[in-house]
Design a binder for this molecule. Sequence first.
Ligand SMILES: Nc1ncnc2c1ncn2[C@@H]1O[C@H](COP(=O)(O)OP(=O)(O)O)[C@@H](O)[C@H]1O
Ligand SMILES: [Mg+2]
Length: 252
Amino acid sequence: MDSKALSITLSSGELPLADRVVLQRCVSYFRNVHSTAALEAAGHKVVNSFACAWVCGNKLFGSLELVKHQIPTPRTTLAMAEDSALRSMEQMGYPMVVKPVVGSWGRLSALIRDSDAARAVIEDREQMFPLYQIYYMQEFVKRPPRDIRSFVIGDRTIAAIYRYSGGSEWRTNTARGGKAEACVITPELDELSVKAANAVGGEFVGVDLMEGEDGLLVHEVNNTTEFKNTVPATGVDIPGMVIDYLISIHKR
Ligand SMILES: Nc1ncnc2c1ncn2[C@@H]1O[C@H](COP(=O)(O)OP(=O)(O)O)[C@@H](O)[C@H]1O
Ligand SMILES: [Mg+2]
């Protein structure tokens, strides 16, 4: 059902759906985490869990789990004020990337090539909602003009695509015109993807990886992964496999 049509009264015994397996598909971060929390507290099994949604919904929390689990990930720095952010950017060197901790489809992620651009982006962010003043800064990974999105269900990598950025766009998100092409699931890709999924407690996730100079790097795990471009590119029936997984956990 559409999360916008959902209302949940926070008292026991009043929930219409208790004990169901719920597949959370809401792409709105706020509606996703809040409805997952309420549904889970009411006794439903939600895929993915609130713990997973909380971690994946915030790039800093996600990166912390990747680092904790020793999963190769781009070098990332956190700062929480204008001066310290600018200082960190200068130290990291250019080009570098600054991203909002909450956000998707590449929105508001900026590739910064010099101090002037850094100052301009920070000055803008200082006028925004306080969440945008949590500066999440990352080395710009020297990679081909593509990244990899792999799909993990349970303990298996079931599909993967390359996402090629189009024209002058540096971000490869398909929501920004990135083109999907099937990617072979190598043992390295499978192992890293499953490790990353486990690190965030994900049962059905999309793992974003880049081909760095020294091998694959995981830059984020998505708890509500879209797959409309992946199914035609790979021929893998992702929705069917998810349903089979949900049925299998429901029977347990
Ligand atoms: N550190 C980086 N170096 C190079 N490219 C990056 C880097 N981080 C992100 N990108 C590009 O930007 C896209 C969006 O970044 P990502 O962290 O996945 O955020 P979103 O949640 O918006 O998808 C990635 O798919 C990749 O193409
Ligand atoms: Mg991404």
